[in-house]
Design a binder for this molecule. Structure first.
Ligand code: AQP
Length: 350
């Protein structure tokens, strides 16, 4: 039995092809920050490595969700990912709850993760401050995220800046497990874009744009917004009383910096070129018009493909079932390896 276990362990560690794992919650309307900080990069680099993109519905239920809305948001998010350009022939897109290894691995990792590590997470502390009563799952959110990543032996985790701390924690969880039970997990790295990593709220450029604040007027551009709504939100974006259009770390200029950052990620031009271009602009009104134009042009084809995909839900579900099958083929042997490591008896082993 021991030999059989050892053979299986080394078989999964032998994977040499670089893997990428990232997730997104179906927790509301996908906003421009999710797109520029994560999805756009996923699409651009999907052919380079072996990519797994997960719709993390188990993470979404760590805060209250209406069941009917959650079901719709999950399919809608899948349609957005495919509409944005994720190609099921190049990468694996799947729903977390359809691959049960994630929840099982999370339990095992819970048993090696000190609770103090979780209490220090800033996203937990922020959400805690916004709610009267919180679920255990909210505290445990980063352990489930660690399970998601570690089950795939992912080397890279492309995320926005807000998830940096969670990926750091995943590294700690992996190293601790490896120390306790022997080399089991690849220790992953966060891959964070230089610009676009933190798109700020249009109504308040000191707060990150977030699905949770989508109900606040003019906070976000949602990916499915019509051109008129996009134009309206961007025209109302908070700026400052000056008129200088340049990239800046000055908190006073956070609004202008945010608009320029959005413009930069979409146009893929250098800061110098952009500043030179805007040097003849007549104030922030011109800047907002140009930013609205590029955002509208970027999102138009996504919105059109989205509506086509949502008109055939059976096909969407078929694509997701295929993704889940591919994800199970990788994560289930890894889960068996984890179980062996901690001494759990697998069926048929006795
Ligand atoms: N404002 C942002 N700027 C850049 N990247 C962002 N991301 C989120 N907001 C921004 C990145 O989007 C990916 C998916 O995020 P998520 O759905 O897993 O959860 P989140 O980070 O908590 O995003 P939200 O929109 O703020 O959701 P809620 O309100 O539900 O918590 C991640 O890579 C994230 O970094």
């Amino acid at each position: 039995m021991e030999t059989k276990g050892k053979t299986k362990i080394s078989a999964t560690l032998k994977n040499t092809k670089k893997r990428v794992f990232s997730g997104i919650q179906p927790s509301g309307d996908v906003q421009l920050g999710n797109y520029l900080g994560a999805i756009k990069g996923w699409v651009e680099r999907q052919a380079e490595k072996e990519n797994f993109f997960c719709i993390v519905d188990l993470h979404a239920i760590t805060v209250p969700q209406d069941p009917k809305d959650l079901r719709h948001q999950t399919r809608s998010l899948a349609a957005i990912l495919f509409a944005a350009g994720l190609d099921p022939n190049k990468c694996t897109v799947f729903i977390q709850s359809q691959v049960t290894a994630h929840a099982e691995a999370c339990w095992i990792l819970n048993c090696t993760t000190p609770v103090g590590w979780l209490e220090r997470m800033t996203q937990y502390k922020d959400k805690l401050a916004r709610q009267e009563s919180i679920a255990t799952g909210l505290l445990d959110y980063p352990v489930l995220m660690a399970a998601d990543i570690l089950l795939y032996d992912a080397h890279e985790v492309p995320v926005g800046d807000d998830q940096r701390q969670h990926v750091e924690l995943t590294r700690d969880i992996a190293q601790r497990f490896n120390h306790l039970y022997g080399e089991t997990f690849v220790v992953p790295e966060a891959v964070i874009p230089e610009i676009g990593a933190r798109v700020m709220g249009l109504n308040d450029p000191t707060v990150k744009m977030s699905k949770s604040y989508a109900h606040i007027k003019d906070h976000a551009v949602n990916l499915l917004d019509e051109p008129k709504e996009i134009e309206r939100s961007i025209k109302r974006a908070v700026t400052d009383s000056g008129n200088e259009i340049r990239f800046s770390d000055d908190p006073e200029k956070a609004g202008v910096n945010n608009l320029l950052g959005i413009y930069k990620v979409i146009t893929d031009r250098s800061k110098e070129e952009i500043e030179a271009d805007f040097s003849t602009a007549r104030g922030y009104g011109d800047l907002k018009t140009r930013v609205a134009e590029v955002v509208i042009d970027e999102l138009r084809p996504i919105r059109e493909r989205y509506h086509a995909l949502m008109s055939d839900v059976a096909e969407l579900d078929r694509l997701l079932a295929r993704g889940a099958e591919q994800a199970r083929a990788v994560s289930e042997p890894k889960l068996e390896e984890i179980k062996r490591r901690v001494g759990l008896v697998l069926p048929g082993e006795l």
